[in-house]
Design a protein around this ligand. Structure first.
Ligand SMILES: NC(=O)c1ccc[n+]([C@@H]2O[C@H](COP(=O)([O-])OP(=O)(O)OC[C@H]3O[C@@H](n4cnc5c(N)ncnc54)[C@H](OP(=O)(O)O)[C@@H]3O)[C@@H](O)[C@H]2O)c1
Length: 425
């Protein structure tokens, strides 16, 4: 890649998430040149000064780039100044596509923290070819959506050494707040309101994807993994499991499907959210029912967007979480991967005879861990671009970062990938 002014540009750096991404660049002692980008110099300049104050002399002070997602020329100028653009400007269904287009045109690799399947899958369908031809890597969901789910699944599956083979992975997501409670910034809630409100568009998009890019055959030996649709108590994670409604399941499935296209083995997967008690389970269903109903109508969406705190039981607000709430919160993804020690069942219908369990554990997920995931993604692209197994194009994190030092880099920042040797029955 030609010499560029910046190794990394963080677009949307003035936002709640973008600011943590910029701070993480400093805290991780990134040695390259980098910049913060956004539409307002008056907000960017003080941020650049505060980041300089945070540095202990090892990280370089960031440059400042002015770019607006509604101004294509400014986006292309930003892309031409960078080797990797990280975008935290959401909702991505409203702001994301011009940024990806500009990166493809400007020859910059692109990472984002989107958790919006409609945006992510549209980009793959409509821009995959252009990214491939331009020699650019594009990867969405390099945040809490969906790195611990997707990269964690691949990490657990990779524990099966030939002739053993992983055939199914169940993922259980737990978020553990501290005494001051769990809290998120309203922007994530806004993305969810728009996503649920336009669910029919996603169904139409997926029909188009199946027609234009039929899924590859994905033969998996042994019985199919049973995906639970009703809540149930799972003793292995000591909690109530419900199907997870976020982007992870679709991202993980896209990784398996990309592996199948590349002629590599695939597996069945299921992703669940773990709730600690019947009380939280009941609360969850009440709020999901109200949210799901209101998000169908434009008046309902306006209501949801006006009162994020009311309609989320205080989980989301425009102030976002406090530093203390973020300090106290942790997450854990438990991946229970099952398969066959000899690669396939000894008799038809035989259940898996080998299990590997991996816990991916880390700090507050949506901002602290999210920033680590995407910053180390950018570092991996900068340092291992020439060695990636994936060709340029649009990819999932699990596919793009396989066989790289991405997991080791995350471990060095405090994300644990712990092998659990005993699964309690
Ligand atoms: N996957 C994950 O783990 C994860 C975690 C957290 C957040 N997210 C996603 O990240 C996105 C941002 O969340 P947030 O909480 O950081 O939101 P936020 O605080 O509202 O920040 C939004 C950012 O976008 C910028 N922006 C808005 N319109 C723009 C435009 N036309 N041109 C350029 N910049 C523009 C804002 O700039 P101004 O300062 O100029 O307004 C701000 O920097 C959301 O979509 C959220 O769902 C994902």
């Amino acid at each position: 890649m030609a010499e560029r002014q910046y190794a990394i540009v963080v677009f949307g750096a003035t936002g709640f998430t973008g600011k943590r991404i910029a701070q993480e660049i400093v805290k991780s002692k990134f040695k390259g040149s980098w910049a913060i980008a956004g539409r307002s110099r008056s907000r960017l300049d003080p941020l650049a000064a505060s980041l300089e104050g945070l540095a202990d002399g090892t990280a370089k002070a960031p440059g400042v780039v002015i770019a607006d997602s509604a101004d294509e020329a400014s986006l292309e100028r930003m892309a031409r100044s960078a080797r990797v653009v990280i975008s935290a400007v959401g909702p991505f269904r409203l702001h994301g596509e011009p940024v990806v287009r500009a990166c493809i045109a400007g020859g910059a690799d692109y990472l984002d923290v989107s958790g919006e399947p409609d945006f992510i899958e549209r980009v793959e369908l409509e821009m995959g070819e252009a990214a491939r031809e331009a020699g650019v890597y594009v990867c969405s969901a390099v945040g809490f959506d969906s790195v611990p789910g997707d990269v964690g699944t691949q990490h657990a599956a990779a524990l099966f050494k030939s002739p053993a083979r992983c055939t199914q992975v169940e993922t259980f997501i737990s978020i553990r707040p501290g005494p001051s409670g769990l809290h998120f910034n309203a922007a994530t809630y806004e993305s969810a309101v728009l996503g649920v409100g336009h669910a029919l568009e996603l169904a139409r998009l997926r029909r188009r994807i199946r027609a234009e890019r039929p899924p590859p055959p994905m033969p998996v030996p042994g019985p199919r993994l049973k995906r639970r649709t009703a809540p149930y108590f799972d003793p292995r994670v000591r909690g109530w499991a419900v199907p997870f409604l976020g982007a992870d399941a679709s991202v993980v499935r896209r990784t398996w499907s990309a592996l199948a296209r590349a002629g590599e083995p695939t597996a069945h997967t299921a992703v669940y959210l773990v709730l600690p008690s019947r009380w939280y389970l009941a609360l969850y269903f009440v709020y999901i029912a109200v949210f799901g109903f209101l998000a169908q109508w434009s008046w309902g969406r306006s209501l949801l967007l006006r009162f994020p705190s009311l309609f989320s039981h205080g989980l989301f607000s425009r102030q976002g979480p406090t530093e203390q709430q973020m300090r106290e919160t942790r997450f854990c993804f438990t991946h229970i991967a099952a398969g066959y020690s000899r690669g396939e069942p000894r008799a038809p219908g035989q259940d898996p005879d080998l299990i590997h369990t991996v816990d991916v554990i880390g700090p507050e997920p949506a901002y602290k861990a999210c920033a680590m995931f995407v910053v180390q993604g950018a570092v991996t692209l900068l340092e291992e671009r020439g060695k990636l197994k994936a060709e340029p194009g649009v990819h999932t994190p699990g596919y793009l970062f396989r066989d790289t030092k991405y997991v080791q880099r995350l471990e060095a920042r405090g994300i644990e990938f712990q092998r659990v040797h005993h699964v309690p029955e």
